[in-house]
Design a protein around this ligand. Structure first.
Ligand SMILES: [Zn+2]
Length: 89
């Protein structure tokens, strides 16, 4: 985790894992208007993953403007409770 992501290294990482990067959920920004956690994508848009997706066990945030994905590291027990829609589980 100590190597800086040059373009070449980024391509290698994408080839290996299929994901642009990994980021801790705590480092993502909650956007109340989107109801989603966001993270800056190199294309200028933002990776997005909703709380519902996280609670469903999803850990891949998608960018709506390109094909990159972001692997989200989180502890399911740390997720805030959904206070709308109710719990489906
Ligand atoms: Zn993007």
């Amino acid at each position: 985790m100590d190597h800086r992501a040059r373009d070449d290294a980024r391509d290698d990482a994408r080839a290996m894992s299929g994901a642009y990067d990994e980021v801790d959920l705590e480092d993502m920004e909650w956007r109340d208007d989107l109801k989603a956690y966001t993270y800056q994508c190199p294309c200028g848009d933002f990776f997005q993953i909703t709380l519902e997706e996280l609670r469903a066990g999803e850990d891949v945030a998608h960018c709506p403007s390109c094909s990159l994905v972001l692997l989200v590291i989180y502890d399911p027990e740390d997720l805030p409770a959904l206070d709308e829609d109710g719990a489906s589980a």
